[in-house]
Design a protein around this ligand. Structure first.
Ligand code: SAH
Length: 407
């Protein structure tokens, strides 16, 4: 039985799932990793949690039902429920989306597990020790529900050091682990009627950023006849939507040359399949580059619309101050360079930067750029990446559609 120090239990009673070592009564710290009952100082039940001193979050709460001790059946049921909550994605033939998230970590009550479906393949990313320990139950549950062609599981390299995990990739077919003898083939996924090629198991995050799905659609109404700059384009999520919605030109910039190559092949693919206008290829200029540098050097008033979707600039709370400065500079430069009345779709996927702070940063950018800015739309992560009310940290993607008004 783990006892929580007086005063530290309030958030936990409200279903916040993380308990750091400072909140645990020393005399009740378990000797071995495993599931334990977690109680208040006076012995009142809070939740069942998994304790592991090697984890950077030593105690992770799992179930708040005293009767539901998180055994293997609990894990299996919780995975199953998470997948079934996405039933509408599996059944949606109209928009034809084949890439979506089926487990979104703590927000689906499954700490340290992200799982995405890419057509017939499932990719699982593990970022907590407890998820690593339970992985075979997770794989069996997904296998029996979805019968994917293959499951690829890997540990999240950005968490391996703090969670004391190794960087590992495992492959499963029919629930059995195997070692691929050949390079994995490229697969084709579809999102909102557009096609993207990807090689499962390679690329950033999990190969495709499906958390931006709805924001890509939101962009479409601003780009007809517009000159567009897609900063941090990756493989072209926003670029393809801009082309489909009638942009007059799109300049895509990414620091990764692989991403740029794939973006161009995604444009070609959609032109061939008739999902993009035939002249799309001529309208795109894709280049490897640093968006900070490009914003500094482009001429004034060249673009009507800019998309700023940088990688996570604040990895942790500790790096928040530097990250705020980077977000401020990036947005300030865009506000200075964009045409009067232009639109900026700006994003932050740093969980450590709150929505309020991001808005404050944008307000400073506007002040320094000497412009007025209107928020036209407040956007976030797609609905298959839910935000759990008791766990504010699960709201990581914040985005705004801004209109910039010059003096
Ligand atoms: N908008 C994309 C996802 C962007 S992810 C989509 O819709 O799919 C962030 C991207 O920023 C990554 O592809 C990364 O390679 C790129 N990146 C990182 N630092 C950069 C920089 N300084 N300049 C340009 N691109 C950068």
């Amino acid at each position: 039985m783990i006892r929580i120090k007086d005063g530290k239990e309030k958030n936990l009673l409200k279903h916040h799932p993380w308990v750091f070592s400072g909140a645990i009564e020393e005399s009740s710290v378990p000797q071995v990793a495993g599931v334990h009952k977690v109680v208040t100082v006076d012995g009142r039940f809070i939740a069942w949690g998994y304790y592991d001193r090697e984890s950077h979050i030593q105690l992770r709460l799992l179930s708040w039902e005293e009767k539901a001790c998180p055994d293997e059946a609990w894990w299996s049921d919780t995975v199953r429920s998470s997948v079934l909550r996405r039933r509408s994605f599996f059944e949606d033939k109209q928009s034809g989306t084949t890439a979506f998230r089926i487990i979104h970590g703590e927000a689906d009550m499954l700490p340290g597990i992200a799982a995405d479906v890419y057509g017939k393949i499932v990719r699982i990313i593990i970022s907590a020790r407890v998820a690593w320990v339970m992985r075979s139950v997770v794989i069996d549950a997904i296998e029996s529900l979805l019968h994917p062609q293959m499951i690829i599981l890997n540990t999240d390299s950005s968490f391996c050091a703090i969670e004391h995990l190794h960087e590992v990739t495992e492959y499963y077919r029919e629930g059995q682990k195997f070692t691929p003898t050949e390079k994995l083939e490229e697969i084709r996924i579809r999102e909102s009627g557009l096609y993207y090629g990807l090689v499962p198991g390679s690329g950033q995050k999990s190969g495709f950023y499906c958390d931006q799905r709805e924001n890509r659609i939101a962009l479409e109404k601003y780009v007809r006849g517009a000159t567009v700059l897609d900063g941090c384009s990756y493989t072209g999520g926003f670029t393809l939507h801009a082309l489909r919605a009638g942009a007059s030109s799109v300049r895509a910039v990414d620091s990764s040359s692989d991403a740029i190559h794939r973006l161009l092949s995604n444009v070609n693919l959609n032109v061939e399949l008739g999902t993009l206008p035939p002249d799309s290829r001529e309208k795109v200029e894709a280049q490897k580059g640093d968006i900070f540098e490009i914003l500094r050097t482009i001429p004034q008033d060249k673009y009507d619309v800019m998309i700023l979707d940088p990688p996570k600039l604040a990895q942790t709370i500790k790096s928040l101050d530097n990250a705020k400065k980077a977000y401020k500079d990036l947005n300030r430069m865009a506000m200075e360079k964009i045409k009067d009345g232009g639109i900026i779709l700006t994003c932050s996927c740093s969980g450590a930067l709150s929505r309020e702070d991001f808005r404050t940063v944008l307000a400073w950018s506007a002040k320094d750029a000497n412009v007025e800015v209107q928020i036209l739309e407040t956007l976030g992560q797609a609905q298959d990446h839910p935000i759990r009310l008791s766990f504010p940290e699960s709201e990581y993607l914040k985005a705004y559609v801004l209109r910039v008004i010059k003096p």
